[in-house]
Design a protein around this ligand. Structure first.
Ligand SMILES: NC(=O)c1ccc[n+]([C@@H]2O[C@H](COP(=O)([O-])OP(=O)(O)OC[C@H]3O[C@@H](n4cnc5c(N)ncnc54)[C@H](OP(=O)(O)O)[C@@H]3O)[C@@H](O)[C@H]2O)c1
Length: 312
């Protein structure tokens, strides 16, 4: 029997279903001249978050894979809000790109006030990157691990800053936990939901360890589900998935403002100054699924990620 099954609580599932319907808490404080770093800010939730933070006076540094879209983002932010906007180019399917961005971030000569790990993909067919890793694992999880690992000393030195993962309720699809001995899905059947759930679970496991690093500092790290919102997510898949997304997922989607307001609240609200290591559905705290709370797996994944990420 699966080792996690006894740990599942119906009350947590019902809480998740209830929370899906709640509106997020709103933070009205401004964030003038503070620096917000967002990955994948060229579309969807990342773009909306960049707009929200800029509207409140923040400077935006985004990490994206597309130069033209990054230029366009900066043009929009500057013209609408007069924001200081800059970007780095990094394709997260390439370890070398991730390392370059991580180094630049770690060497920044100003404090990072909020770091939002947002970039992500959903793919229905198993794809390997040129680094021989499964695409979703590398893009959605390992990139954030490398950025966090490389900047953790900077955050500790600043003694301030909030790190936020744009995670997902879909981490619950990794109900059996991670296959740490088979991260390229050679021995297990692959599906979009399984690989996506596994990568989001991996992110939550990394939060357990990173949170330990930040104990005794004013740095916090939290994760959130941004709601089900209509974005470009999944549009890279085949006709069948696109039709399913249009009819089933997008028709039930919420407004993207729910996501951006939530990311602003989690990054700025004074009420969360001391909150760290938690998972939120928009802005409501929730207990993640048991595989995402497994400390032993978190240790193993940490060591594996150091190796796979070329960090030791
Ligand atoms: N939409 C939802 O309902 C939903 C629900 C739960 C969680 N999420 C999470 O929310 C986050 C944002 O997704 P979204 O829905 O806003 O999707 P989206 O519109 O497709 O945005 C994804 C962002 O990630 C970037 N990205 C993708 N692959 C990349 C790579 N290899 N290297 C660097 N950047 C890359 C994209 O860049 P391009 O613009 O160049 O494509 C884009 O900026 C993801 O982590 C997703 O898992 C979304």
């Amino acid at each position: 029997m699966n080792k996690y099954f006894k740990q599942y609580k119906w009350s947590n599932i019902f809480a998740m279903l209830r929370n899906q319907k709640l509106d997020p808490e709103i933070c009205t404080s401004d964030f003038k001249n503070r620096l917000v770093v967002i990955t994948g800010a060229t579309s969807g939730i990342g773009y909306a978050a960049a707009m929200k933070y800029a509207s409140q006076g923040a400077d935006i540094l985004s990490i994206n894979r597309n130069k033209e879209k990054s230029e366009e983002l900066c043009r929009a932010l500057k013209s609408q809000y007069g924001t200081d906007c800059s970007y780095m180019i990094a394709d997260f399917t390439k370890l070398a790109d991730i390392h370059k961005a991580a180094k630049q971030l770690a060497e920044l000569d100003r404090n990072i006030d909020v770091l939002i790990h947002n970039a992500g993909v959903y793919v229905t067919r198993k794809t390997l990157t040129e680094d021989h890793m499964e695409l979703v694992f590398q893009t959605n999880y390992l990139s954030s691990f490398i950025l966090n690992y490389s900047t953790k000393e900077k955050f500790i030195q600043q003694n301030s800053g909030r790190i936020i993962f744009v995670n997902s309720e879909a981490h619950r699809f990794a109900a059996w936990g991670l296959h740490l001995d088979d991260l390229t899905w050679d021995k297990h059947s692959y599906s979009g939901l399984k690989s996506y759930g596994a990568a989001k679970t991996a992110q939550l496991l990394s939060m357990i360890k990173l949170n330990e690093y930040f104990v005794g500092t004013k740095v916090t790290i939290n994760a959130m589900h941004p709601g089900n919102v209509k974005t470009n997510s999944g549009k890279n898949n085949g006709k069948f998935y696109k039709l399913y997304k249009k009819i089933w997922i997008d028709s039930k989607a919420r407004s993207i403002e729910n996501s951006s307001e939530s990311l602003y609240y989690l990054g700025v609200s004074k009420k969360l100054e001391k909150t760290s290591g938690k998972f939120f559905n928009l802005t409501t705290e929730e207990e993640p699924a048991p595989p995402a709370l497994d400390k032993e797996e978190a240790e193993k994944l940490w060591l594996l990620s150091l190796t796979l990420g070329g960090l030791m």
